[in-house]
Design a protein around this ligand. Structure first.
Ligand code: GLV
Ligand code: MN
Ligand code: MN
Length: 434
């Protein structure tokens, strides 16, 4: 290294003293105002956002983000499934890149920070590096993954599964509430769905992976700590159960064995799923978030019910046990009520642990900023867990108000937004080196 921390090519190389100073290079105002701007796209009357994959709102958000990436000195491209990638070369071109990523799609009437916080923080880190003239050894990529939430077709983590070559063609045929398949939506977006497998990257191109995300729980708030270091990510299992009875006259069919009420059976399944998770492990959760009863009339006994099941745990064995218990309960309930059923699998993602090397870099970043190092698991799913297939992965959690997420109530203070980005910046300096 040359004098004054300059690399032989005259550009600035990071060193410890300089790192400290550059942590302040994160521009809080820019961060917060970009979050506000992004939060206005797809804004709902309740103060949340609805930005589903491959929709006009998503396009508008993507264009805004693309512009910020360019301003941050990144070379922007999209891949065959619509992942947005901004890249800046490092001092050694051939090295696997440092990836900073998250998503800009949302659930229906979701919050303004879930995903957006990570994307805006990543762009801000790139921007600060570029403004400070700091050149990392590794290339830097800021990635905005397409369809993380799965709010449109029922299965999320789409962009990261495509990037890691783990996507099955079958998910392209799924249809949304309006009967539009993912493949059709991709075509309308200007993509060729048949080429989805070309989004898969050569794993040797991908180095460490870092994602900032709101905690989506209330642990950090209760501990009075602004950021956490994720040590494990629970694996979501999404199922769709259909229960079949017999639609019949609600007034003329007496209570008892003559009824085959699919919704009454489904109600028992909802409670059985709750009880199964409670009995399995402290980290196990099971939720029925969607239910549809057919034919859906006041004076008709429901003949068919669809209910979604979301079962998660950081321990795969525990999740398997909960799944088996719930399956057994559905069987027993249906048998008792003279109903039949089928269960389809929409998504099965394994729980993962994060990489010690990345966790260490985040911990060192926290310490350099005088923050406590607080390891914690993630109950929510993230593209980070899919990326463990090809990368050393770590996540920085940022405290959110009352732990509320997937809701218009979601909120992170500007101070905490700033702290999260500073930790990411410091960790990126460490991981971006040889
Ligand atoms: C995504 O936010 C999920 O955990 O379902
Ligand atoms: Mn998210
Ligand atoms: Mn989410």
């Amino acid at each position: 290294m040359g004098p004054g921390g300059l690399a032989p090519n005259g550009r600035q190389r990071p060193n410890e003293a300089r790192d400290q100073e550059l942590g302040m290079a994160i521009n809080k105002e820019r961060l917060v105002s970009r979050l506000d701007s992004l939060g206005r796209i797809g804004a709902t009357a309740e103060g949340g956002v609805t930005r589903l994959a491959y929709t006009p709102e998503y396009r508008q958000a993507e264009e805004m983000v693309r512009r910020w990436m360019t301003e941050a000195g990144l070379e922007v491209r999209t891949d065959p499934v619509g992942n947005l990638i901004g890249r800046r070369e490092g001092d050694r071109r051939e090295q696997a890149c440092l990836t900073l990523a998250s998503h800009i799609d949302s659930v229906l009437n979701g919050g303004r920070y879930d995903g957006a916080l990570g994307v805006i923080s990543a762009i801000e880190v790139a921007h600060a590096l570029s403004e400070g003239g700091v050149l990392l050894d590794r290339p830097l990529e800021v990635v905005v993954f397409m369809d993380e939430e799965g709010a449109r077709w029922g299965d999320g983590l789409f962009g990261s599964e495509a990037m890691t070559g783990q996507l099955s063609a079958e998910v392209l045929e799924r249809t949304d509430r309006n009967g539009v398949s993912r493949a059709e939506a991709m075509e309308d977006w200007g993509l060729d769905p048949a080429r989805f497998d070309e989004a898969a990257r050569d794993p040797s191109e991908i180095g460490p992976y870092l994602e900032v995300h709101i905690e989506q729980g209330a642990v950090l708030e209760s501990e009075d700590i602004p950021v956490g270091v994720v040590d494990a990510i629970a694996g979501p299992l999404f199922l769709e159960a259909r229960i079949y009875g017999r639609a019949d006259h609600a007034g003329a069919t007496p209570m008892g064995e003559l009824r085959q009420d699919a919704l009454a059976g489904a109600a028992e399944v909802v409670l059985a799923a709750e009880a199964a998770a409670q009995a399995t492990s402290p980290s196990c959760v099971a939720t029925v978030g969607r239910i549809e009863a057919l034919p859906g009339a006041t004076n008709v006994i429901p003949g068919e019910v669809m209910l979604s099941l979301d079962i998660r745990d950081v321990d795969l064995g525990a999740r398997d046990r909960a799944e088996a218990t719930i399956h057994g309960a559905i069987e027993a309930i249906c048998e008792k009520r003279n109903l039949t059923f089928r269960v389809d699998e929409l998504q099965r993602t394994e729980p993962v642990t994060t990489s010690p090397a990345v966790v260490e870099a985040i911990a060192a970043a926290c310490e350099s900023l005088g923050l406590p190092v607080f390891p914690m698991p993630s109950g929510a799913a993230h593209d980070a867990q899919v990326m463990t297939a090809v990368a050393d992965v770590g996540m920085i959690f940022v405290r959110c108000r009352a732990g509320i997420s997937h809701s218009p109530e979601e909120y992170v203070t500007p101070d905490d937004v700033f702290v999260g980005a500073r930790v990411m910046y410091e960790a990126a300096l460490r991981l971006g080196r040889d």
